[in-house]
Write a protein that binds this ligand. Structure first.
Ligand code: DAH
Length: 343
């Protein structure tokens, strides 16, 4: 046997096989590896046959086989790497994901107009040093009426269209019950509180809902006057409806304030010249107010000779309708997304 001829023949076959495999993008690579480099492969076969050679030819032949083996290993490794890369590219091109496409935007929620007005009112009064106060929505008659100088047979009760839970317990008809709670539960001293919350009345039409939100304000100290009330309300009205908004204070009656007044602001839509929103009067009513009636201080055990105060109460729903030009109060509770999106 001429071993050198065998070596040359093997090399020729190996190179032809490698070229074919490369041309076929690596197909049959594993078989090729086994065929040449495996334990029972051809290159080891040559090495095993080396024992039959004369001793002086073995080193040269052995070196030549090693060169062939290195060549086979190198080419096969390169083919393997190429095949792996081709597999990745193929996977990528088959994928439908296009990382360069713009993403889908998550839709942002909106704050409800009532929440906007309430939070804004809280912010504004907090900035003036007011503290938030709370009281129950289901409350004793005493806090909702009695302590506020509205005894059982008082005609003012008729205005409140009360939901009674039982004889002595009501759904509060106004946030003014917070005034009574706060004064009863605190030692006499300076008070500056703001109390937003839900109130309930037997009512349901385009401008009245059975549940609505009010915000109550109470200030008590020595020497508080009606002028403090007026100044505070004017600042608030300008904040909500814009600079230049004017106030009109009309005498009115509430059992818990004396004197009492109703507050109008110049129409935010026409500026006072008259339009549909203000029914051509130029003014829009926003709430009630007054100096705390000494009878209230007496009911809660505070000294009416020492303390004076002012209070006001506004409907948050009403402010939201005016501020955003919403024609129907029912829209505020209908969960209509096309409506809510606008805020
Ligand atoms: N509680 C009254 C109502 O709901 C509004 C009100 C008027 C509140 C005068 C006040 C006030 O604090 O001083 O109709």
């Amino acid at each position: 046997m001429d071993s050198n001829n065998d070596l040359e023949a093997l090399k020729t076959r190996l190179l032809a096989d490698l070229d074919a495999c490369e041309a076929a993008s690596g197909a049959g690579l594993d078989d090729l590896k086994a065929k040449y480099l495996g334990k029972k492969g051809e290159i080891y076969g040559l090495m095993r046959g080396m024992g039959a050679l004369p001793a002086d030819q073995r080193p040269v032949f052995g070196a030549a086989v090693n060169v062939l083996r290195d060549l086979a290993e190198e080419r096969l490794a390169a083919l393997e790497a190429g095949a792996a890369e081709a597999a990745i590219l193929e996977k990528l091109s088959a994928s439908t994901l296009d990382a360069t496409l713009p993403g889908t935007r998550a839709e942002m929620g909106h704050l409800h107009p009532l929440t906007l007005v309430r939070d804004d009112t809280i912010d504004f009064f907090r900035g003036m040093g007011f503290e938030l106060a709370e009281a129950r929505e289901v409350d004793h008659d005493f806090y909702n009426f009695e302590a506020l100088n509205i005894p059982p047979d008082h005609p003012a009760r008729d205005m409140h269209d009360t939901f009674y839970v039982d004889e002595n317990v009501v759904m509060r008809t106004h946030t003014s019950n917070t005034q009574a709670h706060y004064l009863v539960e605190h030692e006499p001293g300076p008070v500056r509180i703001l109390a937003p919350g839900c109130v309930y009345r037997v009512d349901n039409d385009a401008s009245h809902a059975p549940m609505f939100q009010q915000v109550e304000c109470l200030v008590v100290d020595e020497n508080i006057t009606f002028a403090h009330l007026k100044g505070t309300m004017l600042l608030w009205a300008e904040h909500v409806f814009g600079k230049g908004t004017r106030l009109r204070i009309r005498p009115s009656y509430f059992p818990f304030t004396e004197p009492s007044a109703e507050v109008d602001v110049s129409c935010s839509l026409c500026g006072g010249s008259g339009c549909r929103l203000c029914k051509n009067s130029g003014w829009i009513e926003v709430g009630g107010c007054g100096s705390v009636d000494p009878a209230v201080f007496e009911k809660v055990g505070w000294d009416p000779e020492k303390y004076t105060g002012f209070a006001f109460g506004f409907g948050i729903d009403r402010i939201a309708l005016l501020k955003y030009g919403i024609p129907n109060i029912g829209l505020l509770t209908r969960n209509e997304v096309r409506f809510l999106r606008q805020f």
